[in-house]
Design a protein around this ligand. Structure first.
Ligand code: HPA
Length: 274
């Protein structure tokens, strides 16, 4: 995916929405409802954007929604691309490059994840403090285009400290319980075995999912500040005596969506003014 392809996609979007978005949002499984809160939205289906891949998984609408959230110009991805769908990590992360080209400075990434930390419970929200790339690959492999970022990007503060502090303050003000922890990105699509979940806990993971890590690596490469929030949709395999299902993931995100919406919307309005 080249710089020219990024520019081509961004220019089509700019033709449909002339104002510059300052915040990008990637909405995970069951969390796409946040895009419905955007006022005077311009909705652009992924298939109408040049060079964009097309989303296939259940619970993902597959469009960009651009407009005003809490008075802030945002661009939201309602549905994301996953490695397990068969896309390369360059394709998975292409929209992040396009949002950067549109002018965003901050990226808010969200996902549904399984809880590894036994102090968590299904329905908790978790602020991502850091991540572990367990996908076995990296979106930056290949020739580096210096116009997009440096060859060896620093990942020592992948999830911006000031944004994390803001999220904790906002959650406190709104009386929303916010856990904090390390997100492990696995390729999926099979859920983990209980042995893998025990191994990931020893490695330092608090939650596990099948997304986010590639997008955050590219966001850092391209100089965006990142905030990440997971919805703990289930406890990871082997913790409770029950099988995992995508239905449970969607049911839980549905149950916590009011808190999730309030938290993210209030964070968005405070990023703007701080
Ligand atoms: N594992 C991996 N990905 C997930 C999970 C899980 O338990 N829940 C939601 N996404």
């Amino acid at each position: 995916m080249s710089y020219e392809q990024i520019k081509e996609a961004a220019s089509l979007i700019s033709n449909k929405y002339s104002e510059k978005p300052t915040i990008g949002l990637i909405l995970g499984s069951g969390l796409g409802v946040l895009a419905d809160e955007i006022e005077s939205p311009v909705k652009i289906p992924y298939e109408s954007i040049p060079n964009f891949p097309i989303s296939t998984v259940e619970g993902h609408a597959g469009q960009l929604v651009i407009g005003s959230l809490q008075g802030v110009n945002v661009v939201a991805m309602q549905g994301r691309f996953h490695y397990y769908e068969g896309y390369s990590l360059k394709e998975v992360t292409f929209p992040v490059r396009v949002m950067k080209e549109l002018g965003i400075e901050t990226l808010i990434v969200t996902n549904a994840a399984g809880g590894i930390n036994e102090n968590f419970e299904a329905g908790d929200l978790m602020l991502i403090r850091d991540h572990i790339n367990n996908m076995g690959t990296n979106p930056l492999i290949g020739r580096n285009d210096e116009r997009l970022g440096v060859r060896f990007p620093d990942m020592s503060e992948a999830y911006n400290k000031d944004l994390r502090t803001l999220a904790i303050r906002v959650a406190g003000d709104l009386n929303i319980k916010l856990q904090e922890g390390v997100y492990v990105g696995n390729s999926g699509p099979s859920y983990e075995t209980p042995a893998e979940v025990r191994a990931l806990r020893i490695l330092g993971g608090d939650a596990v999912g099948m997304s986010t890590v590639p997008e955050v690596i590219v966001a850092r490469h391209t100089g965006l500040n990142v905030l990440g929030i997971s919805c703990i949709s289930n406890m990871a395999a082997g913790i409770l005596d029950q099988p995992l299902s995508h239905e449970e993931v969607i049911e839980t995100t549905e149950r916590v969506k009011m808190n999730f919406l309030n938290l993210v919307k209030t964070i968005v309005s405070n990023i703007h003014t701080s």
